[in-house]
Write a protein that binds this ligand. Structure first.
Ligand code: IPE
Ligand code: IPE
Ligand code: MG
Length: 264
């Protein structure tokens, strides 16, 4: 017997490889992004069909502003034109659109399209689609630290307030505070890095790397990622035996809830 994970509740995807997909076919990079956007629509459907609660798609990172202006403009205009066309289908499928990242830096047209998608789908509850736009994990953690300091400064005993913040309470200061923790992070395109995505949750989420370029990522590939996840054992520092006895309802008598020499 082993303690395996089942279906991830929150899947985050680094949709990478659009440019190389296009280059391979001697097409402009923007055509790769167009195909990538169509794939984004599909993965939301696959995830909804499987019963996944939240899917976060990395669509534009804080670092992507460094790309050629024409590519950035193209990406923003794809967003502004394609998102409104998806609203009716999202309503039907029960998709609620949410955003992670500072969208105030985006062109007005893109901002409006995002706000409209969020407002019109706000009552849906089958699956959350979290669009990560102008998102950076380091920026999120830094903003969280500042928010925590401001909160502490308003408390009567500032030092005690800061001391009361542990790892799980700190997450409440992050932009992702109202999202489930990421269980599975998928990256397509063959690179083995996080590229500043969901840094806080990356501490313990499961990583899955696919060599496929994002426009070539198919339902079978997605299901392979889910099957791989289902076979993983998420131990969070514990032993396999502890997990098994916890799953079978036994209380593990030889574990300590507290750290430190006194407990040992
Ligand atoms: C990911 O594909 C999409 C965005 C970053 C917006 P890329 O454009 O990074 O594709 P590659 O990595 O150059 O192939
Ligand atoms: C990560 O891909 C960002 C998105 C998919 C939006 P990049 O292509 O920008 O990442 P790096 O530059 O290869 O790390
Ligand atoms: Mg890339």
């Amino acid at each position: 017997m082993s303690a395996k994970s089942a279906l991830p509740r929150h899947v985050a995807v680094v949709m990478d490889g659009n440019g190389r997909w296009a280059k391979q076919r001697s097409l402009p990079r923007l055509e790769g992004h167009r195909r990538g956007a169509a794939k984004a629509r599909q993965i939301v459907e696959w995830a909804a069909d499987c019963g996944i609660r939240q899917i976060s798609l990395f669509a534009f990172s804080t670092e992507n502003w460094s790309r050629p202006k024409i590519e950035v403009r193209g990406l923003m205009s794809l967003l502004a034109t394609l998102l409104p066309r998806e609203i009716a289908a999202m309503q039907q499928k029960g998709v609620r659109v949410r955003v992670l990242g500072d969208i105030t830096a985006l062109p007005k047209k893109a901002q409006k399209a995002i706000e409209k998608a969020c407002t019109e789908t706000a009552a849906n509850s089958h699956i959350d689609l979290v669009l990560c736009l102008n998102y950076g994990g380091q920026q999120e953690v830094m903003a969280g630290a500042k928010r925590m300091c401001r909160w502490a400064a308003e408390q009567e005993d500032v030092a005690a307030a800061l001391d009361s913040i542990d790892v799980s309470r700190f997450r409440n200061f992050l932009w992702c505070d109202d999202l489930l923790p990421v269980d599975l992070l998928i990256r397509t395109g063959g690179e083995h890095r996080i590229s500043n995505f969901f840094l806080w949750d990356a501490a313990y989420c499961e990583l899955y790397f696919s060599h496929r370029y994002w426009p070539d990522f198919e339902r079978d590939d997605f299901e392979a990622a889910l099957a791989d996840y289902a076979g993983r054992e998420r131990r969070f520092g514990k032993t396999s035996e502890q997990l098994i006895s916890e799953q079978s309802g036994e209380k593990c008598s030889d574990s300590f809830a507290v750290r430190g020499d006194d407990a040992l």
